[in-house]
Design a protein around this ligand. Structure first.
Ligand SMILES: NC(=O)c1ccc[n+]([C@@H]2O[C@H](COP(=O)([O-])OP(=O)(O)OC[C@H]3O[C@@H](n4cnc5c(N)ncnc54)[C@H](O)[C@@H]3O)[C@@H](O)[C@H]2O)c1
Length: 442
């Protein structure tokens, strides 16, 4: 939850001073960042985009479309073609405000270390790579004292979650705003609905359901000359170390809504899943369906399902059942137990939450306000999805405390295009897939 504005308003000068002081000595890297130097109305807020794919491009356009004096000054991607493929639509979208796109050739960075160089040139960083890299990038952004917009999920394994939680605590000390792209938290309908749930509109929550069922995503066929690392990076969706599986990459949105309404996180999960339709070497190692029971501490059970199977029923939604009524999120409606309407959100008042995330973040930054500390809850909702994956992969009941403290780290030991990724294909090109009852938690 965000702090109340009134108690957190500081003068711009105080903000600069306190952020810079706190920046000193907490972490090891040089911390006197430009991020806290918004000392005049004409000051430009400089942005670096890390991860120039579909979402990074969209987020950059949204950041550059806010009413503050913002400029994109640096871009970083693993691949030059992706960076160029992002700069073009950003430039086109910003045609009417082209002074906002100022990425000099020397400020276009590629490779695994590109993020550090791009961040150093900016006040605000947008982190939009595949989620496996998020803990590394978030930690560096905090280390460098930047204001941060980062996409969900924020990690793919428990070790990454712990790394994000540790950096989140330091971001709080330094008063660095952090917005996480769980955009339902910035969507008018969800804000109105969940506020009413917290005010008791449906009584005590006793059960919940969540769905992310649809077709799935792209495949990039293997090209001659690609190393195995490049192949996996280009097809990150299908590799657990990069993506977390689709329960983490997409279903996190629905799980986060339930956590928000519950104002807490599950203590245990058990479930089932597998690959039934989307099989074969083009699809790496992830499942095409997961069904999980998440148990919360008060006995509430969330039944969650996510599926990537073409030709099956599509549904992306959440449902909360209370002692007095129900919340149906997609319909934006609260009813009593007899189905009578208690509240209907007026959909003509819906906003574009992807834009609102940036509008609110940049307004706070320009005013020198510390208003957003989404990293901790983003990490815990990411962990919720990882807990679900650990349950479906292993076929065991998995407890939150054990899972989050397990130290399980599925990331590579070296980041280089010639290095071996943590999972390799067999002689036929197939990747190992989890087998419930055999696979240990990961
Ligand atoms: N909030 C939402 O609704 C939403 C929607 C889409 C995507 N996302 C999230 O945004 C992130 C990116 O997704 P996308 O759809 O844009 O994927 P994408 O494949 O289009 O873009 C990812 C980019 O990151 C680059 N990259 C990979 N590793 C990198 C590294 N180590 N350093 C720098 N760049 C690197 C890739 O080359 C690619 O250009 C994911 O975490 C995804 O879950 C969120």
């Amino acid at each position: 939850m965000n702090p109340k504005e009134s108690s957190n308003q500081q003068s711009r000068r105080d903000f600069v001073k306190s952020s810079s002081l706190l920046a000193g000595g907490v972490l090891t890297a040089p911390l006197l960042s430009r991020a806290n130097y918004f000392s005049g109305a004409d000051t430009v807020i400089k942005i670096a985009l890390i991860g120039c794919g579909g979402r990074g491009t969209g987020a950059a356009v949204q950041a550059l479309s806010t009413s503050q004096n913002v400029q994109l000054v640096a871009m970083a991607d693993a691949f030059r073609d992706r960076l160029d493929g992002s700069l073009k639509p950003i430039t086109d979208e910003l045609a009417a405000k082209k002074e906002r796109v100022q990425v000099k050739e020397e400020n276009k960075f590629t490779g695994f270390d590109a993020y550090k160089k791009a961040m150093a040139l900016a006040d605000v960083v947008i982190l939009a790579t595949p989620p496996g890299f998020r803990p590394i990038h978030f930690e560096e952004a905090v280390n460098q004292g930047k204001q941060i917009f980062m996409e969900k999920p924020v990690a793919t394994d428990p070790a990454g979650i712990q790394r994000v939680l540790a950096a989140a605590a330091i971001a709080k000390q330094k008063k660095l705003n952090v917005v996480v792209g769980l955009q339902r938290r910035y969507q008018n309908s969800y804000r109105e609905l969940i506020k009413r749930v917290h005010d008791g509109a449906i009584g005590e929550i006793v059960g919940a359901q969540a769905w992310w069922n649809n077709d799935g995503v792209w495949v990039h066929p293997r090209q001659t000359g690609w190393t195995e690392m490049e192949y996996q990076m280009r097809n990150w969706y299908y590799f657990v170390w990069l993506c977390g599986d689709h329960i983490t990459e997409q279903h996190i949105h629905n799980l986060d809504v339930i956590n928000w309404a519950m104002d807490g996180y599950p203590v245990k999960a058990q479930g089932m899943g597998g690959r039934e339709v989307r099989k074969g070497k083009d699809y790496g190692q992830i499942f095409d369906h997961h069904y999980v029971e998440f148990h919360y501490g008060d006995g509430t059970v969330l039944n969650s399902q996510c599926r990537h199977q073409k030709g099956t029923m599509s549904k992306v939604d959440e449902l909360l059942i209370g002692t007095k009524g129900m919340l149906l999120c997609d319909a934006a409606r609260i009813t009593d137990n007899k189905g009578r309407l208690i509240y209907q959100f007026d959909k003509s008042k819906e906003n574009q939450p992807y834009q609102t995330e940036h509008d609110e973040l940049f307004a706070a930054i320009a005013k020198g306000e510390y208003k957003f500390w989404d990293a901790e809850r983003g990490a815990k909702s990411s962990m919720t999805s990882i807990l679900g994956r650990m349950a479906t992969y292993s076929g065991q009941a998995v407890e939150w405390d054990k899972a989050i403290n397990s130290g399980i780290n599925i990331m590579p030991s070296a980041y280089d295009f010639s290095a071996a990724p943590p999972v390799l294909p067999d002689a036929e090109g197939n990747y190992p897939v989890a087998v419930p009852g055999v696979t240990k938690f990961f």
